[in-house]
Design a binder for this molecule. Sequence first.
Ligand SMILES: C[S@@+](CC[C@H](N)C(=O)[O-])C[C@H]1O[C@@H](n2cnc3c(N)ncnc32)[C@H](O)[C@@H]1O
Length: 473
Amino acid sequence: MQEEPRPWASLVVPDAVARIPNMLTREEQQYLIWVTSALRRGSGAVVDLGPWLGCSSAALAEGVRRSGGGVRVQSLDLFEWRRDYMEGYCPADLPEGSDFRPLFREQTAAYSDTIDAERMDLLAGTWRGGPIEILFVDAAKSWDLTNAILRVFGPSLVPGESLVVLQDFKHMPTFWLPLVFDSRPDLWEELHDLASGDTATYRLRAPLDAAAGAEADFSKDSFRAEQVVEIFSRRLERPGGRRIGLSYYRALLTYDQFGRAEELLAKLLSAASPQELARLENSAKKARWAWRDEGLQPLWGAIQTGELDLADRIATAFELAEEPRGMVAIGRIAQLRGDHRLALDWFERAQAGGASIDHSVVMFQATSWVATRQFDAATRAIVDLLLSEPALPKDQRTWALFILRDCWRTQRNAEVALTSCARLLERHPDSPEILVFASMVARECENPQRADQLLGRARVLDPGNAETKWMFE
Ligand SMILES: C[S@@+](CC[C@H](N)C(=O)[O-])C[C@H]1O[C@@H](n2cnc3c(N)ncnc32)[C@H](O)[C@@H]1O
């Protein structure tokens, strides 16, 4: 483990690298130039996984040039524009999902003879470029991506030679990287830990694909809580170790170590400077939100299998009552227990919470309005949803129409039902489900001719006519 001095710290980053929009610190840029110029022996490929607009590729290419060339940096990325996290760093105004390779090429033009860019989904990647000497990874954004990268590129790493530079090592959302790498000191030797930014570098000690190599099937279950505590607390105690603090906090939440997580956060906050405090609190909040996303999955699983007591326990453990999507789930639990007033209360709170809530909450709400005989509110909400939502999936549309059917059957307000049908047909004239619903209402309003006509049209549009049966049950 190398401590000071940091030989890369005095290196000048040329403008052709520094001016490329990027998510790296200056030290990370210096380091990438240094690692390819000072440490490279020319024994294999230099690979950049997740280069985005190419700052990392350009820095690696600059180092390759300074050390006499001989290889081209292999830059592999999805190259699909994601507004949510890319636009903040580069206001390119590209459509969501668009190919941003032209922008990459433009930004890295000064190194075009030293960089090859290839579009690749690393979840299903391939590598046929032979031994890899330097693997820079800024794409290990999930357990699955980490596993896929280890599986595809791991066998081409050479023990005693290859360096893996992990840009996300101390990044809170990718808290598994210290677990994966530090849990196997027999495989990985830590070489560098940058002072600014999240990067750490490891050298491979033994073949990854051998019997005792990395399993490359890592998940939360690969580690025990005590192991997590051991790995992170060792890092935390090192000089400058507080930089791993939020990843440790995030990991403790995932491993249900809530008491320890609280204690750690209190310690981190008390050691923070006034300038750091707001950033730290904000990141800790983000860590809790990301952890809640994990909690929502088992919660909905428990709701769907009717294990409502388990669902309650998960909701409490994950403090989901503070999170709008969690509030929806708690409302659904109340609804399934038949407490519709409480359910409505939670749905309302969720909506007031302001998070983007999908249309199922409107459906849940309408279900409870029907159960509490608030038919007008239910009808209005469902009709509005169907009118405003062209892309409602077929099963959801059917579900919405079931609710309308319940309103109609219980309330028997012909005027409301016929007006709703007319508005829905005008908006969705070719929807077999809506035609069937309108046909049923017409029949029950003593208009058999109109009913036959609507049903006939539904049958033409949907010859299997699976939809007709349910509406008349
Ligand atoms: C944080 S950005 C990289 C920042 C960049 N290294 C820099 O220096 O500014 C993450 C990159 O990973 C890429 N990425 C995410 N998921 C991917 C996948 N499944 N396959 C390939 N690339 C992926 C994104 O397109 C993005 O360019």
